[in-house]
Design a protein around this ligand. Structure first.
Ligand SMILES: [Zn+2]
Length: 533
């Protein structure tokens, strides 16, 4: 019933009624809440009736609209819209836009390189026909979304991400040195948006941001859409909100943000969970749409001056795919493609050569952090560029990665490292049994050591599924099930034959099936995958 028409000349939006007699009004969406609820509440202003081709005021960034037949009280159609208005231009840009590429991080949660090719063949084909460069040896550095995105956004390892950015304290993340602050300080317009409010990276069992972190911030819109519009769930994901898929609101916002700011520098991160997190086959539903988004960015001229990173944080972490033999690599190797504007390819041919050479080398999220910093100073000699704190041996992917690089040099913990061969060990072997029993005991001790886990039950080893030895090392990869609850785990443990004891990092142990509601009695994130209430 309603169409948003963008006027490129004066950068305004019009609300056009397809049925001119329809009575429509809009409710402005605002951030609300304070302290602990600052990032989880929104407020709707009362419904303002508007005429045909109403020009949206510049302070209105998101709305819920309602349309009725004339003199009818029944709402015929309800929608949600975002409007990105231009930021004031930077008064003193340090260099001309020609020398300052914009940056667009286009993210999809839980999508491996393998599964991307299987479920999004059209996008895969499009990337191969266009100047997109893949990093096939891109290996996650930590378990789930938060550490991997924080490595990109801050260069911190997981421990530092928690100690320095305190995501569970109100205002903790606000004080965190997110990379978008660097871009903002350089005069870039900034944006961040993510769908599926309850599991969003900075809000799932965390406090989110007290103040809006970027110029354009999608969260109030997403909170309102999920509450005000009709939802359709697929595999417990709010996949559709009203008449669009959840992800489309995020990517439409990206389209608006880049279009409005195309004549200045911008940095935007647009992240979606809603068509990939719980169902490995669902990305296929977005495949054709994704190609359309990419073609629109190209058509709008965005690609002429924007470095685009199309990426994920990790592969499928639980479920059927993870239990296959390929599940080990599935989880560890997220998809990532990078596109450089033509002028950068022409001006810095060595960047392109290096990026191509890095296709089959080992890279990690820390390298992407270093790359973002490199983008801020493209002419600085490689040896003078800043290195990520969490991985001082990591560097921009526009520099060649050494062929002899190993996981430790790429900042990737042993357990998440996909390099190195494995040999099978019999699961009835006495050492295998001892390792498995000690692992379960380590998990029990870990749960006891955490606050708020009193309701978690004592775990026992149920069955050893498989044991593999990593190369010639004393590190073993073990898959086992536990009881009660039947959790299916995969753990790395280093075996000391002298002491007959293992050393392991319990937080790094993977849970290969979904813990679902088993751990509803704990709110401690690290305990969720082990705790059975
Ligand atoms: Zn994730």
């Amino acid at each position: 019933m309603l169409k948003v028409i963008y006027n490129e000349k004066d950068q305004t939006y019009k609300l056009h009624k397809n049925y001119p007699n329809a009575a429509c009004c809009y409710k402005q969406i605002l951030r609300a809440g304070a302290r602990t609820t600052a990032d989880s509440k929104y407020k709707l202003l009362s419904c303002v009736t508007f005429p045909q081709d109403f020009v949206v005021p510049p302070d209105v960034e998101a709305v819920i609209t309602e349309c009725r037949r004339p003199y009818s009280s029944k709402v015929l159609q309800k929608d949600g819209f975002s409007f990105v208005h231009p930021q004031k231009p930077d008064p003193t840009p340090s260099s001309s836009p020609e020398e300052r590429p914009s940056v667009l991080l286009w993210g999809i949660d839980s999508l491996s390189r393998m599964n991307f090719e299987l479920t999004m063949p059209l996008t895969y084909k499009y990337f191969r026909e266009q100047p997109w460069y893949e990093l096939q040896g891109y290996n996650k550095m930590g378990d789930n979304t938060f550490p991997n995105l924080m490595a990109i956004l801050t260069g911190f390892n997981q421990t530092r991400s928690y100690s320095k950015c305190r995501p569970t304290a109100v205002g903790g993340l606000d004080a965190c040195p997110m990379i978008w602050k660097r871009f903002k300080a350089e005069g870039y317009a900034t944006a961040y948006a993510e769908d599926w409010a309850s599991i969003s990276t900075f809000d799932y069992l965390k406090k989110g941001f007290r103040r809006r972190p970027t110029d354009v911030y999608g969260r109030p819109l997403v909170l309102a859409l999920e509450k005000e519009l009709k939802k359709k769930y697929i595999k417990e994901i709010p996949y559709c909100l009203g008449r669009k898929s959840s992800a489309e609101y995020i990517y439409d916002l990206a389209e608006q943000f880049t279009e409005v700011h195309k004549n200045r520098s911008f940095f935007g991160m647009f992240w979606t969970n809603s068509f990939s997190h719980n169902d490995f086959s669902l990305p296929s539903a977005m495949d054709a749409r994704m190609v359309k988004y990419m073609r629109t960015l190209d058509h709008n001229g965005i690609m002429q001056n924007t470095i685009i990173i199309f990426f994920s944080d990790h592969g499928t972490r639980f479920g059927l795919l993870r239990k296959l033999d390929s599940g080990f690599l599935e989880e560890r190797l997220p998809v990532i493609y990078i596109r450089l504007p033509k002028w950068i390819r022409d001006k810095y041919p060595e960047f392109l050569d290096n990026l191509k050479a890095n296709k089959n080398r080992l890279t990690s999220p820390y390298d992407i952090h270093a790359t973002l910093k490199h983008i801020l100073e493209l002419d600085t000699p490689a040896e003078q560029l800043p290195r990520p704190e969490g991985c001082p041996t990591c560097h921009s992917v526009f520099q060649a990665v050494s062929l002899s690089r190993n996981c430790s040099l790429a900042g990737i913990d042993d357990h998440w490292c996909s390099c190195g061969g494995f040999t099978e060990v019999s699961s009835t072997d006495q050492m295998a049994k001892t390792i498995a029993e000690q692992l379960v005991e380590a998990i029990n001790q870990f749960l006891i050591s955490l606050k708020g886990t009193q309701k978690c039950r004592h775990l026992k080893l149920d069955k050893i599924m498989s044991v593999h030895r990593k190369g010639n090392s004393s590190v073993y990869l073990i898959q086992l099930s536990i009881s009660p609850g039947g959790g299916f785990l995969e753990a790395s443990a280093e075996w000391n034959p002298k002491t007959q004891k293992i050393s392991t990092s319990v937080p790094s142990i993977s849970r290969l099936d979904s813990y679902g509601t088993q751990s509803r009695c704990v709110q401690v994130k690290e305990a969720k995958k082990f705790c059975v209430c």
